[in-house]
Design a protein around this ligand. Structure first.
Ligand SMILES: *Cc1c(COP(=O)(O)O)cnc(C)c1O
Length: 357
């Protein structure tokens, strides 16, 4: 009865996790209450946040000199929190590789001199600029990048080496491939793509960077507020954190990020290989920068794209319509998308091509 959901976010969660949540939904840990009903000050809840943090630290190999925060407001709220916590000299560099990167840059401009140092807008974001050739400014408080571009289906294959702390939006790829956290000053991610239901946002920040928020930074946007209070300054998104923890446990069981990355590469390979060998489907991203999470593609015509989305849905392959900025289709194949789902999609694409080419 369950379909394969290719939504870009909120997106699929592992079946095993949903079943576990269902099993203990009415009575969490012998409390006689649902996890959605207990207080965040209840002694049954604190271990959830602690375990989620410990699991994330283990899976991403997060060093001790970084804090891990569970906050609200989505990645979009962090577009403001970043300058409000870091822009001491009123200057920052931004690389714009897609729609969310552009939004982050525009938000940065509200607070100071947010400078565009590189962009791939000239070719509708189908590539990532060469990070070794970018002239970063010496006086920047930070450099902002978006590591995986959800709408356009690109990802960095190499991160820039910058003097200023590198701040990275990893919303649509966190925990999908191994990264060295030490390369970054701050990593943040809305959880609803690869980690949990909507409502919680992860912030991983080097501790020395959170000490001096701008004087007018709202209390709730100060990373230090959350760090000093173990993410429990006010009511956190309890259920989303609980679900994130179940997903993190699940990832550990699968063998961690290295193993899930192998599976992700395999899934993306199935899809890209098929597209590349077909004269009916096209993906216009420069090969080197293709995302293994979001795969946009088109058929020869708009009418055919519409037909594809409709017929795929009838086969239990849903939410394949592309973003309005790109059109066509987009298959988001995050960690929780089973290999079977991608195989079924490829089979359907073959059949559709035969019937319509
Ligand atoms: C989805 C997404 C966002 C927006 O996230 P919200 O949690 O809805 O604010 C930002 N950046 C990237 C890369 C995304 O994929």
């Amino acid at each position: 009865m369950r379909v394969y959901n290719f939504s870009a976010g909120p997106s699929m969660l592992p079946l095993e996790v949903l079943e576990e949540a269902q099993k203990e939904f009415l009575d969490f840990a012998g409390t006689g209450m649902s996890v959605t009903e207990i207080s965040h000050r209840d002694k049954a809840f604190a271990p959830i946040v602690e375990e989620a943090e410990a699991n994330l630290r283990e899976l991403m190999n997060i060093p001790e000199n970084y804090c891990v925060l569970f906050v609200q407001g989505g990645a979009s709220q962090q577009f403001a929190a970043i300058p409000l916590n870091l822009m001491h000299n009123g200057k920052a560099d931004y690389i714009v590789t897609g729609n969310f990167a552009k939004k982050a840059w525009q938000e940065g401009k509200i607070y100071g001199d947010a400078r565009l140092v590189a962009s791939s807008e000239d070719k509708t974001y189908t590539y990532i600029p060469d990070v070794d050739k970018i002239a970063f400014n010496d006086d920047s408080d930070y450099v902002h990048i978006t590591s995986n571009n959800t709408i356009f289906g690109t990802r960095y294959t190499k991160f820039p080496k910058t003097k200023a702390p590198l701040v990275c939006d990893m919303s649509s790829e966190i925990l999908s491939r191994e990264v060295d956290v030490n390369q970054f000053g701050v990593i943040y991610a809305g959880a609803q793509k690869n980690l949990a239901p909507a409502g919680v946002t992860i912030v991983i920040a080097r501790r020395d960077l959170i000490e001096n928020p701008l004087p007018f930074c709202p209390t709730m946007l100060k990373w230090k507020t959350q760090a000093d209070n173990g993410s429990l300054y006010n009511t956190p998104p309890c259920f989303s954190i609980y679900m994130a923890n179940l997903v993190l446990r699940h990832l550990k069981k699968l063998g961690g990020v290295k193993e899930i990355n192998k599976i992700n590469e395999y899934k993306a390979g199935l899809l890209y290989d098929f597209i590349d060998n077909s004269s009916f489907y096209t993906n216009s991203v420069v090969k080197e920068f293709r995302s293994i999470m979001n795969v946009p593609f088109v058929t020869p015509s708009k009418e055919m794209d519409e037909k594809f989305v409709k017929e795929a849905k009838a086969e239990g392959l849903v939410t394949l319509k592309g973003h309005r900025l790109v059109g066509g289709m987009r298959a988001s194949i995050y960690n929780a998308m089973p290999v079977e789902g991608v195989k079924k999609l490829v089979e359907f694409m073959k059949k559709f091509e035969k019937e319509n080419a």
